[in-house]
Ligand binder design. Sequence first.
Ligand code: GTP
Ligand code: MG
Length: 305
Amino acid sequence: MAKSKFEYVREFESHNTCLPNCFIVVRVDGKGFHKFTEAHGFEKPNDRDGLLLMSKAAACVMEEFNDISCAYGQSDEFSFVFNRDTNVYKRRTEKILSVVNSLFTSSYVFFWDKFICRRLKYPPSFDARIVMYPTVKNLRDYMCWRQADAHINNLYNTAFWGLVQKSGHTKQEAEKILCGTVSSEKHEIMFKNCNINYNNECELYKKGTMLVKRLVHKGKGDSYNTVYVPLNCDIINDKFWNENPHILNSDLDTPVCQEINEECQLVFVKTKKICDDSTKKTKEKKNRNPQRRNHVKAETNGVIE
Ligand code: GTP
Ligand code: MG
């Protein structure tokens, strides 16, 4: 095709690329969600439906990018981890960042009505950043940092709103009571003043959500569907990583799961299936090949560097 005389302006474009061999993490975070959650009547300190909607939007992103091995979310944020050997968009930073962020945001809006029974009053937006981590330790420490953040905030918020909602304190009083307290003191305040045993609080709120891939049998045949399973578990200790070595090593196969629970079903429903069934045929993913899947089994021995 003949080039126009204006074509030269292309030369002004510049592209950044992610460093090779690094895990690529994209984190999206709700912009002004303090105001957004207030305006939309979210339950304080945690709104279960709102959190499930976040997971649903994250699962839509994972479905689009097969190279995302897991995603961790808490409060108004979600972090997506791309395999360190991914060649998605030739590792172009702006492209990865912008597509992940816009797909997450549009999915959040698209599925709003399925999770929240109140009208969406104005369009939410999310900021996004991209960070590269060269080692497994760096990546795991990043995930630990986000889960520790969830824990610290949730402990404070549960105590704060317990004092306000259950003990009738004003927000100012609650703030004063909690000022300078350490973790064990917050536990005690909740137990004595609000009749809350923090250990019995919902794992979704205490741990956040780790979305991982699993395969489930598709009917009677030997083919599989990929599902995105929300786990509300500890990701700081080794147990989770030892049980899911495929997250850190893309050569390993996605585990097969026998059944999916109700919460998983909510996250699992596919955007594309709702809109257009014909796209199904184009999805030939490496993990759906049962021969390959069986071949690599049992090599899974912990994390890799
Ligand atoms: P920016 O991210 O800087 O734009 O500010 P932000 O207002 O989004 O605050 P930030 O991201 O630091 O924190 C998230 C905020 O979202 C929390 O402080 C809460 O006010 C709100 N939020 C997140 N999840 C929930 C929820 O489940 N229920 C309620 N009521 N609020 C929530
Ligand atoms: Mg925010």
